[in-house]
Design a binder for this molecule. Structure first.
Ligand code: FE2
Length: 249
């Protein structure tokens, strides 16, 4: 599919994001949601699709607290062309230092539903991030592979849900973007970023829809703290994110 031109989708200028990624290996920013009236109903549809995720059956926990869907894409920079790949298993690298208990294992997650897989918001996010990340590269990447994960983590007063049960890790990609799409009764779930020596350099709680962490996955490690209810009388906590990985083919 062809992508239309668009203005920056981030409140912070892309220059500030790039400076931060260059200096620290990460950037914290927020999607520009309110002025995008044209996308308002699409955003609502996008957000509500987190109610239709499927249980993560690979989670090594007594209680299922993580739900997800997955899709992969090719992106060709020159033509600005984004193409969904046939649905496939998800397998993470066995590269040293990535620290992933699922490394090398194929996990089959439910596919993105067609409305989300082909919707405006996903295309906007992917193209915006690729344009931003491309400005960090000495040598442009002409063919990207992009992994899209819709993830909901629940937390109750008896079981805190861990967004990253693997602990401090990298994911083995060139770049990562994590966008908060929605949350409910949420405490915890803070994003932590560590330098290459695994020293904590930033902790930020994504709380507003559109809050975003961009990572240079080769330079920094990350994790997220357990999720639990802000008010236990109000039931469970929900943390809905879209995590998108970007790598060179
Ligand atoms: Fe990760």
């Amino acid at each position: 599919m062809e992508l239309e031109p668009f203005k920056s989708i981030y409140r912070q200028s892309s220059g500030q994001c790039i400076d931060s990624l260059r200096e620290f290996g990460y950037a914290i920013t927020r999607l520009e949601l309110e002025p995008s009236a044209a996308f308002d109903s699409e955003w609502r549809q996008f957000k509500e699709s987190w109610n239709k995720l499927e249980a993560d059956r690979y989670l090594k926990a007594a209680t299922t607290y993580r739900f997800r869907r997955y899709a992969a894409y090719d992106y060709f920079s020159l033509a600005g062309n984004l193409r969904q790949k046939p649905h496939q298993g998800f397998r993470q690298t066995t590269t040293e230092g990535v620290n992933n208990p699922y490394a090398g294992q194929e996990r089959i997650f439910a596919p993105l539903t067609d409305d989300i897989a082909n919707g405006q918001w996903l295309r906007i996010l992917i193209q915006a991030n690729i344009e931003l990340f491309s400005r960090l590269l000495a040598n442009p990447i002409s063919h990207w592979t992009v992994g899209v994960h819709q993830i909901r983590v629940l937390g109750t007063s008896s079981v805190a849900g861990s967004p990253t049960p693997e602990g401090i890790h990298r994911d083995g990609y060139r770049f990562l973007a994590s966008h908060l799409v929605n949350s409910s009764n949420l405490a915890g779930g803070a994003s932590r970023i560590y330098d290459g020596g695994r020293k904590l350099i930033k902790e930020v709680a994504l709380r507003q829809p559109g809050d975003t962490v961009l990572l240079d996955d080769r330079r920094v490690y990350h994790e997220a703290t357990p999720v639990y209810p802000l008010n236990s009388n109000l039931g469970k906590a929900e943390r809905d994110v879209i995590v998108i990985s970007y790598d060179e083919v």
